[in-house]
Design a protein around this ligand. Sequence first.
Ligand code: ADP
Ligand code: MG
Length: 615
Amino acid sequence: MSDIIQLLPDHVANQIAAGEVVQRPASVVKELLENAIDAGATTIKLIIKDAGKTLIQVIDDGKGMSTTDARLSFERHATSKIRTADDLFQLHTKGFRGEALASIAAIAHVELKTKQEQDDVGNTIVIEGSNVVSQEVVVTPKGTSIAVKNLFFNIPARRNFLKSNTVELRHIIDEFHRVALAHPNLSFAMYNNGSETFNLPISNYRQRIVNIFGTKTNEKLVPVDEDTEVLKISGFVGKPEYAKKTRGEQYFFVNDRFIKSAYLNHAIASAFDGLLKNGTHPSYFLNLKVDPQTIDINIHPTKTEIKFDDEHTLYALLRSAVKHSLGQFNIAPVLDFERDSNLDTPYSYNNTQTSTPTIEVDRSFNPFQEEKQRGKQTTAFKPTPNNWDSLYVGLESKGTKTQQDFSEVHFESEESTGSLFSEDKQIDNIQTTYQLHNKYIVSTIKSGMLVIDQHRAHQRILYEDFLKNMTIKEAVSQQLLFPLQLHFSVQDIEIINQLKEDLEHTGFIFSSVNKESVEIIGVPVSVPESEVSIILEQLISDVEHEVPDTHFSATDLLAKSMAKSLAIKTGQSLQKDEQEHLVNRLFACKEPNVSPTNRTTFVTMSVDELDKKFI
Ligand code: ADP
Ligand code: MG
């Protein structure tokens, strides 16, 4: 048989390599910014159009390239940064693999302009899909400009695979933040579709963080500083009370390189042990300086993972440095968070309920169109629909026995003790509900018993309300006595802007949306003023997690998020009528069986099943 192995042509090899290096526009941003830093630039500009799908351009004032280097830079494994394999363990540059420019040029239209300081003129090269289209002399300032246009133009599958502009832009901003945070000693600017999104002058580290995440961040930061023989740690952690529901603001830099490390993240999380509300994550901006010989960066093409020689020591040092800072700044002792309530500790609620607001759910009921036509009060509950009524039908005939079995389960409700074995009362009051452990609402139905998860059920009710309001674009607002001023980071404001219209359809009224703050003068009737900032924060965090691609899903996400924030919580005790209203409203929903996030809202247990348990 003849030989069948062939060497791949360069442009094919480059395209394959590009798949590893360039996953999305943000990957190009990272590579270009890093090249600018390696070139010794002090001012770096990033220009983006259409979330990088049309244009990604980085302009720097670094050392530029000679005519030959300019051409060579697009060859695979062409690098000025290392010469031998040993150099891999002495790295002081971001790049070293010499494949970024080759990869990018293989899958986009690239235009390079570059000039070295001592030269009068520079060079411009145009490359499209690895083919050099032109190379000319050009008048250009000192430094380098690389414009990457029409990314993935020759790989339609990859181009189609890209997410919405919102998503891709968020990835780009993330990369920009990472690089800018690692280098407060350089000035950065970012322009998106012609307008300036970030302007970050040279500053100290704290100021850089504040310039990115908003002025309010300043008061949240606790400095961390530890200098040992093995490593130097500097930076900040966020005060525990500002911990977020997302892991968004967690930055580790090792020798000025952004690194992902679940292990070291754990070290920090454990330093916060006992200080955080359940489900929240601390912010941190930490720089580790280690001897380059003790790490290996070359374990992943995107260089965001790293191997440390002595991970255990690092873990211990990091943990104690953070702990020390939290203690030193008196963070630890003054905190006394209410622990998250759950069923494991059902009897502790008596003590923890003091701060729980009384249920406001019922007033939240936004009138459905039909009800208005029928002239109902806004607070009225919908009559139970057929299917729900039918659950009760026939209870009279069979109910006595059912109820007796049922009553033997211990419920924490006066009603249950009062009505124990009182047959008449049960027949009259067939919709009796009991609240179990301030978490479940138990009721009787024709075939046995019904157990409803109060938090999930209420989420379902609110979700359908909000969705309806947003769809019919008609919501009832309550005017605030004083405008509410809330501060956010620039990118959070971006998210609020995207959702503003939908938020307005739920009843929010914004008097202004500025660069880092919003002013609110009206809120949905169901939303207590004190909850507004929590709701918006939750919403932003949800959007970051589950980025909506279409307008429909943005509306849906907003309804889900607000429902989650406003739903009565597990641990909240409900009055009798509140329990009944909740049950009735749940079964008036279109999809009462599941919460907006598809979790079961109620279960039933038939008398037969119960009987089996008593055999
Ligand atoms: P690497 O960064 O791993 O060396 P790249 O493909 O990113 O590989 O870049 C190839 C080479 O091109 C670099 O080693 C550097 O010499 C040169 N280069 C790239 N970008 C710039 C820039 N902005 N300014 C000066 N030189 C650059
Ligand atoms: Mg590079």
